[in-house]
Design a protein around this ligand. Structure first.
Ligand code: HMG
Ligand code: MG
Length: 311
């Protein structure tokens, strides 16, 4: 099996995860979560979104989060930005990296940002160019690459074309999103085969949701094709409020445990990462779907019971 020696985990829990939570998470808890993720060794974190609070009320405190987080050297923090207003607030809040986003299917794009795909690309001129001019790095997402909750199948050539348009604008990386978690390894091979024929693997990331339990298998296919950046959310938090039926993201600890088991380095301490997920579980008020986290907590509970019985 041809695999990379090292993989970059791009943590999206504080954004993609928390944007979907019913409970209002206090700003201080979000900052505690981000601090715990940094302490685990994660070096790339999407911390929030500078989107309309009318659309995503869960992240209405984006400026406070961005100003409140500790930013140790070597940690890159990013945030979603949909328009010029979001960029201005992000810059004023000290962001040095942002991410723009659009969908490969018209209906999801319209539901998500209230614009056609063509108008969204036009609006990016007001975001990407000034961001780059201000010395801010820009990443991009293409959503619904592998299926749309409204339209079903999506033409893979649409994602190839959009990836090209985004890279022409100057984004350093395009993350291909399985927004509703319907991708399978064969489809990943097909889409990545087409995209990687035109773009270097370092300019492409994968962003899987785990609705049907295929996210890890999809990652292995992507790794074999040369991808070295994987998006994931601690605990498997997440979903898109404008993609009904989408469940959480691939859980960071599930993919990190698999990678470490395969001898692939991530620079992440799995125990500390698990602690970060426990922190998140405590403030969202429900169990998180990560399989590794469940197994780890079960092991700890059994050890505690044995210790109590022994004492
Ligand atoms: P709109 O309603 O068409 O635009 O929204 P608008 O300009 O009329 O703005 C509506 C209101 O929001 C106005 O306030 C604006 O001022 C305000 P009002 O005048 O009514 O009081 N507003 C803002 N406020 C703060 N910051 C801003 C901002 N912009 C407008 N930046 C808009 C258009 C794009 C703003 C809206 O549709 C929006 O914010 N959408 C974001 C949706 C979103 O965040 N979705 C989830 C992220 S995408 C995702 O999860 C997928 C991904 O994970 C990858 C994958 O899984 O595939 C990335
Ligand atoms: Mg997502």
């Amino acid at each position: 099996m041809k695999l990379p020696a090292e993989v970059t985990i791009y943590e999206v829990g504080p954004r993609d995860g928390l944007q979907n939570e019913a409970r209002n998470v206090p700003t201080a808890d979000k900052i505690r979560f981000i601090d715990a993720l940094v302490a685990s060794g994660i070096r790339d974190i999407e911390i929030t979104s500078f989107v309309s609070p009318k659309w995503i009320p869960q992240l209405a405190d984006s400026a406070e989060v961005a100003r409140g987080v500790h930013r140790p050297a070597g940690v890159r923090m990013s945030a979603l930005v949909p328009n010029r207003r979001g960029l201005d607030t992000a810059l004023a809040s000290g962001m040095k990296e942002i991410a723009v986003f659009l969908s490969a299917s018209e209906t999801h794009n319209k539901k998500n940002v209230n614009k056609t795909i063509a108008d969204t690309l036009t609006a990016f001129d007001e975001v990407v160019k000034p961001a780059l001019a201000a010395g801010v790095s820009v990443r991009a997402y293409v959503s619904t690459v592998f299926g749309c909750p409204y339209e079903g199948d999506v033409d893979p050539e649409r994602s190839v074309e959009l990836t090209g348009r985004l890279r022409d604008l100057g984004v350093y990386q395009v993350s291909l999103g399985d927004t509703i978690g319907v991708a399978n390894p064969k489809q990943v091979e097909d889409v990545l085969g087409r995209v990687l024929a035109k773009h270097p693997a370092s300019a492409i990331a994968v962003h899987f949701h785990d609705t049907q339990g295929t996210a890890l298998a999809n990652c292995v296919t992507a790794l074999q094709m040369g991808i070295t950046t994987i998006d994931a959310a601690a605990g498997g938090l997440g979903g898109c409020p404008y993609a009904p039926g989408a469940s959480g993201n691939l859980a960071t600890e599930d993919v990190v445990a698999m990678l470490h088991g395969m001898g692939i380095k991530t620079g992440i301490d799995l125990d500390k990462l698990t602690e970060a997920s426990r922190t998140a579980a405590s403030f969202v008020g429900h169990e998180l779907p990560s399989k590794y986290l469940k197994a780890h907590l079960g092991k700890q509970a059994r050890a505690r019971r044995r210790a109590e019985m022994g004492s």
